[in-house]
Design a protein around this ligand. Structure first.
Ligand code: COA
Length: 443
């Protein structure tokens, strides 16, 4: 998508809530409106989100830090005028337009959704459904072709057309058993202070995030949280950080971790890696080697890694690592032609696509024609018969969204009864991509 058609982020942030959904909630006696970032109503909205995620009340300083850094978010609340604390919302949602990396090294504008809470006093009355449908309608109205979120529970968002499109892995590595057999790059690993992490991590991420489908553009609060520079951050002092600079002195990677001592045995501390970002293979190898060879450490833990980490091939004993998999990045296509034309495909071919979308945003019949360079062009599928030489794919919008980033194959979806195809192998080759999607964050 070029600049001329890119959705206007400011206009999206300020656009009024969807009138159809506002009317639906008004029928239940509930107000549905945007929340201003100024004044007390923002503080009340932040407190309700903290309560919704079982967190402690936020301090005044934390609220101010949040207010200063969260201007990019569209904040929405549902209000019950009959409640004793009528100035506090009974439900919250936030969204913003960010960029999602797609196969082929490009980004697509995507509506990120976060802070979905409904007060336990108002649960299971359709308020979350109303807010999700409202946010998706607003995104469609703004011309955003995709939506995305990370989830507290796997069962919540399939009903709105979202599907897990990038899985994540959590690792526990017994360091003495692992034994480093990977490269030993010639650059330097050095400790750096948290303020330096904050300076280098964002540009490193900007330079590298399009390499992996599923990664997203991140905003300032995430970098402060990662670096430990968020004002009054809890346990910031526990964060240790190292950078990797290559032989030319260019910083190519950073790792942030915390160490927990074992009081019964000082040789058995646990290291938890909160973030490791490497722009080059050398930086990746040097930083992981540093972490796995730390003295007095028995176990290294890391999460939000990908399903296909080079790290697995850098240790002598595969069973030194216990790896668990979780659904992580959920995406939802809102505009099939824009989404398909933004990514690159693994093989040439023609797919006659029949897409079912219960919410009515992206369903229809399309012909995807992929050329020898992996570039797809999408046209309407007219007439009853599929074009000559086309393979067919009948698929729900959630399943197409899962397929989109390359994290599952068409053949697997067909075997699971989640899609139908006249030629699952050919469809799989067309939709394939050579790297697995990933997402290194929660949002
Ligand atoms: C999850 C939460 C937002 C649901 O809010 P809610 O207003 O009770 O949900 P709704 O009444 O609108 O339910 C919408 C649909 O989701 C289903 N649903 C709601 N909560 C569910 C849950 N925990 N597990 C599975 N399904 C759930 C409902 O059955 C309903 O299904 P249907 O419309 O297809 O029949 C709310 O319970 C909450 O705030 N939980 C704690 C915070 C949280 O986990 N937020 C999500 C962050 S990703």
């Amino acid at each position: 998508m070029d600049e001329h058609t890119a959705p206007d982020r400011d206009a999206y942030r300020a656009a009024p809530v969807d009138p159809t959904i506002a009317a639906r909630l008004a029928d239940q006696g509930l107000g549905y409106r945007l929340v201003s970032h100024d004044g007390d109503e923002y503080a009340a909205w932040v407190q309700v989100i903290a309560r919704g995620f079982q967190d402690a009340e936020r301090t005044a300083d934390q609220i101010e830090a949040n207010r200063e850094r969260s201007g990019y978010r569209r904040a929405t609340g549902v209000y019950d005028a009959a409640a004793p604390m009528a100035e506090s919302p009974v439900a919250t949602i936030a969204s913003w337009i960010g960029e999602l990396a797609v196969p082929g090294g490009r980004g697509i504008p995507s509506c990120a959704i976060s802070a979905v809470t409904v007060s336990p006093t108002h649960r299971r009355r359709g308020i979350a459904r109303a807010m999700l449908e409202g946010e998706l309608r607003s995104a469609v109205a703004a011309g955003v072709p995709m939506a995305m979120l990370t989830v507290s529970e796997s069962t919540l968002y399939g009903r709105y057309g979202f599907a897990p499109a990038a899985f994540s892995t959590s690792w526990r590595i017994e360091t003495r058993r692992a034994t480093w057999i990977g490269p030993r790059p010639g650059g330097r690993v050095d400790f750096i202070p948290r303020t330096r992490v904050r300076e280098i991590v964002e540009p490193l991420h900007v330079r590298s995030r399009l390499r992996f489908a599923g990664e997203i553009e991140m905003n300032p609060p995430a970098w402060d949280a990662i670096a430990g520079t968020w004002p009054h951050a809890e346990h910031a002092g526990a964060k240790r950080a190292v950078q990797y600079a290559d032989a030319a002195g260019e910083v190519r990677g950073v790792a942030i971790y915390a160490v927990r001592e074992n009081d019964d045995d000082f040789t058995k501390a646990t290291v938890t890696v909160s973030y490791l970002l490497a722009e080059t293979d050398d930086a990746y190898a040097a930083l992981w080697r540093f972490l796995l060879e730390l003295d007095l450490v028995a176990e290294v833990r890391a999460s939000e890694l990908s399903l296909d980490e080079p790290l697995r091939w850098m240790i002598a004993d595969h069973r030194a690592a216990t790896v668990t998999v979780r659904d992580h990045q959920y995406v939802r296509i809102l505009d099939v032609p824009s989404a398909l034309e933004a990514r690159r495909f693994g093989a040439a071919g023609v797919v006659a696509l029949e897409v079912d979308d219960p919410l009515g945003h992206a369903g229809g019949r399309f012909v995807l024609d992929v050329d020898a360079n992996g570039v797809g062009a999408v046209a309407a599928w007219e007439g009853a018969d599929e074009p000559a030489d086309a393979v067919t794919l009948s698929i729900g919008i959630a399943e197409l969204s899962a397929l989109y980033l390359g994290g599952v194959s068409a053949a697997t979806l067909v075997s699971a009864g989640r899609a139908r195809s006249s030629d699952a192998a050919a469809t799989t080759r067309i939709f394939s991509w050579h790297t697995v999607p990933r997402l290194s964050f929660w949002y």
